[in-house]
Ligand binder design. Structure first.
Ligand SMILES: O=C(O)CCC(=O)C(=O)O
Ligand SMILES: [Fe+2]
Length: 296
């Protein structure tokens, strides 16, 4: 049981240097908590938007929402494109930032061998340990407990499954079958990853949740915010056979039922592809946040 991240090998010196020098970390019990937002004290030239500009932004937002769509990628796997509205994306960034610089915040997970994952991680609800591949109350890296999952996050994740049910009923299945195709899930764990523009994650399965959760094939609900990611998925741990989909800011990907045990990973982050409002209004650094909700 439990999910397995594929080890990435030692991080390149370049990545190590950038991650340490740009982070301005607080050192708490030997752990650098990473700030996913730029230093507020750093000068940012920002002009007050005119009324005209504000109205244009509003119109663009309405257009953007009209542009939200969905794709059934395979049985039990739904992609809700552009689903999280701009104001919620900003709220999520700000909340993750606040939690991420506090106790139990973002750190670079690694293995006893010394190799590291090419991302920063913070767990909410329960801590996931990369070495033992288990969920624990207190993480070994610094003895911190996981912050609780904000209720608004849980609500968004649950609503995304319900919305997928509506779409599946409308377009594909009978109402009585839909919860078998994509079971309902009430998240008590959320793993938040932050990828810099050189971040990635090898093909793995999420299989560290409880035997009951895995047996019921309760879905994982994944939110993407920030730069686009090339997301790979397939039935085998084989990059060449994997299918690819680009996950953009605001996208929600759900994989449960028959797709619960897919291999998946992030092959690359597309630099400078994030919507501008994330850096303007939330001060988000270049890179990508991913939140995966699970039920233990
Ligand atoms: O970043 C992503 O889209 C995937 C993250 C993931 O697979 C995980 O945290 O287990
Ligand atoms: Fe995963």
């Amino acid at each position: 049981m439990g999910f397995t991240y594929q080890q990435q090998g030692k991080p390149s010196p370049a990545r190590d240097v950038s991650s340490c020098t740009s982070a301005k970390p607080d050192l708490i019990q030997n752990v650098h908590y990473f700030d996913i937002c730029r230093d507020k004290s750093a000068p940012v030239v920002k002009l007050k938007p005119s009324l005209l500009e504000k109205n244009r932004e509003k119109r663009q937002e309405v257009e953007r929402r009209k542009g939200s769509s969905h794709r059934f990628l395979q049985t039990g796997m739904v992609l809700l494109e552009n689903h999280i509205i701009r104001s919620d994306q900003i709220k999520i960034v700000k909340k993750c930032r606040e939690l991420g610089i506090g106790l139990g915040g973002f750190y670079i997970p690694g293995y006893d061998s010394g190799s590291k994952l090419q991302l920063r991680m913070m767990c909410l609800g329960k801590n996931w340990e990369p070495q033992s591949k288990e969920y624990v109350d207190v993480r070994s890296v610094d003895g911190a407990k996981a912050p609780i999952i904000p209720e608004e996050f849980k609500k968004l994740a649950e609503e995304a499954i319900q919305y997928s049910h509506e779409l599946l009923i409308k377009e594909k299945y009978k109402i009585e079958n839909v919860k078998e195709i994509l079971p309902l899930m009430h998240p008590d764990i959320c793993i938040v990853n932050f990828y810099t523009q050189s971040g990635k994650l090898g093909l793995h399965q999420d299989r560290d949740e409880s035997p009951e959760s895995l047996h019921k094939r309760l879905p994982v609900v994944s939110f993407s915010i920030g730069d686009d990611a090339e997301f790979l998925y397939g039935d085998d741990r084989d990059v060449d056979k994997a299918k690819k989909v680009t996950l953009k800011s605001g996208d929600v990907l759900i994989f449960g039922g028959e797709s619960r045990h897919i291999f998946h990973g992030v092959s690359s982050i597309i630099p400078n592809s994030a919507p501008k409002y994330l850096s303007d209004d939330a001060n988000l650094r270049p890179g990508r946040i991913n939140l995966t909700f699970r039920q233990y």
